[in-house]
Design a binder for this molecule. Sequence first.
Ligand code: NAP
Length: 271
Amino acid sequence: MSEAMLNNPGLGTYRLKDDVAYQAVTTALALGYRTIDTAQMYDNEAAVGKAIADSPVSREEVFVTTKVWVDQLSREHFRRSVEQSLSRLNMNQVDLLLVHWPAPEGGIPMAEYLGELKAAQEAGLTRHIGVSNFTIAQIDEALSILGPNSLLTNQVEIHPYLPNRKLVEHCQKHDILVTGYMPLAVGRVNDDPVLNAIAENKGVKPAQVALAWIKQRGIITIPSSTRHEHLHSNLAAMDLELTVSESARIDRLGYGLRLANPSFAPAWDLD
Ligand SMILES: NC(=O)c1ccc[n+]([C@@H]2O[C@H](COP(=O)([O-])OP(=O)(O)OC[C@H]3O[C@@H](n4cnc5c(N)ncnc54)[C@H](OP(=O)(O)O)[C@@H]3O)[C@@H](O)[C@H]2O)c1
C-alpha cells in the first residue's frame, strides 16, 4: 500500500468548499488519483463524499482520509465527531483517521485521545489510524501509548523550504509513513529560481520538481488544485526523476519556513 501511495499523490482539499471541492475530487478521480485528504475543519466532507459516490470509480478503490479537529479530542466528543464525519461523507468507514493536531499543552492527555482514536478503529469506523503535526517527542509518546506499528502515518508540513529532516528520519525509522502537506508551499514553489532552472532543464514545471523531490525522499504528497491542468501535471510529476545533484540543490533551499503554525502548534523540531 505504501508503494502505491508514494507513486500516486493524494488530492488535498483544504480551502476547497462546496462545488469547488466536488469538482476537484471528480476531476482528480477521473485523472487517476485514488487518495483524497479531507478533515472536519475543511468543512467539505459532504462535497468530498458526494463526489466519490457519484464517481464511476468504486468506493473500495479510493483511500479516504479525514481528521478529528482539536476541539473534538476529549472522550466526550471524539467518537461522536467521527460518526458525524462519516455521516457527512456518507460512508460507513474511512480508510485513515488522523488526529489533526496534538492537543495543546496542558489540554487533553494524549492517552485519552489516542485511546479514542484506537477505539474508533476497533469499532470499524476507520481502517487505519494516524496523527498529524506530531513532533519527534510526541511520536515517541504516541508509540509508548499505542505500541509499535500502530500509526500508519504522521502528516506534516513538507516542502523545499521546510524539509523537516529529523522528524522524517525518526518516523521512517519507526515504520511510520510520512505524508507531506503543503508540498508546493501553497504555490510559492512556482516562482522559485532554483526550481525553475531545474524544471526548464528537464522540460517540466517547478511544481513537478518540488513534488518529485518529496517523493524521492520516500514521502507521500497531497497537493491541492482546482485546475485540471495542475491536477494532471501533479500526477505526472510522480514519473519524474531528479539527479543526485538536482536533489542536493533543492535540499539547500530549506530554511525552516512554516506556513501552518497556529497559536496551539507544538514546540516544533528544528531541522
Ligand atoms: N494536516 C494539516 O494540518 C494540514 C495543513 C495544511 C494542509 N493540509 C493538507 O495538505 C493539502 C495541500 O496543502 P495546500 O492545499 O495548503 O497547499 P499546496 O498543495 O502546497 O498548494 C496549493 C496551491 O498550489 C497551486 N497549485 C497546485 N498545483 C499546481 C501546479 N501544478 N502548478 C502551479 N500551481 C499549482 C494551487 O492553485 P490551483 O488551485 O490554481 O491549482 C493552490 O493555490 C491540503 O489541501 C490539505 O489536504 C494538511
